[in-house]
Ligand binder design. Structure first.
Ligand SMILES: NC(=O)C1=CN([C@@H]2O[C@H](COP(=O)(O)OP(=O)(O)OC[C@H]3O[C@@H](n4cnc5c(N)ncnc54)[C@H](O)[C@@H]3O)[C@@H](O)[C@H]2O)C=CC1
Ligand SMILES: O=C(CO)COP(=O)(O)O
Length: 349
């Protein structure tokens, strides 16, 4: 009887970015039995986590399992890693990937060609490039082509708690999606796969803009009807832009579109919704961000979505209003009036 070929050993996972999302994904992969190295750029944060064996700043209630090591040396984090998760906020990914590229060159033979999973949800505000574009522009081709992106309704704190969560992995490389799906699926996480990288990336980036607006709506006390209308029309407008940029319309009604939009517009754990809530209550943006101490990608993504909508000549009234509130000093009251007084439209527009 021939023996079935032994399945390859689980890869070592290097998670780059020890914020909420990187830490939650590191905890999940460790629970899946994968050896994990969680890398942070901050020496102080590295020393604190190494001493306490917990990320006290972002997820203090989840001690690290034995197979989760903390790293500050990028070369050591990447050496021998077969799976690299990029959980850096979108504004910092390009700079981090330049460090990765340099570390890979140093490692040379010791650096297997890992699969990469982009976990950030954003579009660069100056270049208007997606995170997948940034990977292709910074990593060697033989590495960049082994990339996937992650989307779907997935609050870090709930993933860290092991609560049932469904996400979607998108890659042009079916083998990459299948491998990552195998490694991550289980222990409360259902992992779907698709080849629509654009749709998953842009759905995840632009839902943050609508989540800011949903927070403004609730903060200003506009009611449940208004929020439901905002979510519905928000999906319509981000769908128009995503499709104009090459997304599959089906993706927008899936986990990375509708799923993540509903979660982030209504869930109390959303940082974007929390920023919007405080804006709606009349607080100043910088004060809100300083107090929160975490990233709210919707602030930058409002800029990138607004610029892309102008470039692609796509009408995005909610994004335009969020841009006016965040960057043009428009009051929430005037913003609401402007939205409600728009010309009559067929719903399909
Ligand atoms: N927190 C969540 O529930 C989820 C977050 N995401 C996405 O994950 C990405 C990361 O967000 P979070 O971890 O939540 O943010 P966070 O604010 O919790 O942590 C951000 C981490 O990135 C580090 N960082 C910031 N700028 C950096 C740079 N230039 N280079 C290297 N490291 C840098 C910070 O030191 C911090 O450790 C975002 O794009 C976010 O949209 C996606 C799904 C869920
Ligand atoms: O993307 C997320 C959940 O899927 C996290 O949302 P926030 O960035 O608004 O917290």
């Amino acid at each position: 009887m021939t023996n079935a070929p032994a399945s390859p050993p689980p890869p070592t996972v290097a998670v780059l970015g020890a914020g909420s999302w990187g830490t939650a994904l590191a905890l999940h992969c460790a629970r899946r039995g994968l050896p994990v190295r969680l890398w942070t750029r901050s020496v102080e944060h590295y020393e604190a986590m190494a001493a306490a064996r917990v990320n006290a700043r972002y997820l203090p209630e989840f001690p690290f399992p034995d197979n989760l090591a903390v790293e500050h040396d990028l070369g050591r984090a990447l050496a021998g890693a077969g799976f690299v998760i990029l959980a850096i906020p979108s504004h910092g990914l390009r700079a981090t990937l330049h460090l990765v590229q340099a570390a890979l060159a140093e490692l040379a033979a010791a650096a297997p060609r890992p699969y990469y999973l982009v976990a950030a949800k954003g579009v660069e505000i100056d270049s208007l490039r997606t995170m997948a574009d940034v990977v292709h522009e910074t990593l060697p081709k033989e590495h960049a082509e082994r990339m996937a992106v992650l989307g779907g309704p997935s609050f870090a704190a709930e993933v860290a708690r092991g609560l049932p969560t469904a996400v979607v992995i998108a890659s042009a490389d079916a083998a990459a999606a299948a491998a990552i799906q195998q490694w991550m699926h289980g222990d409360g996480l259902r992992v779907y796969a698709t080849d629509d990288v654009v749709g998953v990336e842009l759905g995840g980036a632009f839902k943050n803009v609508i989540a800011l607006a949903a927070g403004v709506c609730d903060g200003a006390g506009l009611g449940q009807n208004a929020r439901a209308a905002l979510i519905t029309r928000g999906l319509a407008e981000i769908g128009r832009l995503c499709i104009a940029l090459g997304a599959d319309p089906v993706t927008l009604s899936g986990l990375a579109g509708l799923g993540d939009l509903v979660l982030t517009c209504t869930g109390g754990l959303s940082r974007n919704r929390r920023v919007g809530l405080a804006l709606g209550q009349g607080r100043a943006l910088q004060e809100i961000l300083d107090e929160m101490g975490m990233v709210a990608e919707g602030v930058n993504n409002t800029l990138s979505a607004h610029r892309l909508a102008q470039r692609e000549q796509v009408e995005m009234p909610i994004t335009q209003i969020m841009h006016a509130i965040l960057y043009e000093g428009m009051s929430v009251r005037r913003a609401v009036a402007a939205l409600m007084q728009r010309d009559l439209k067929p719903e399909r527009d």
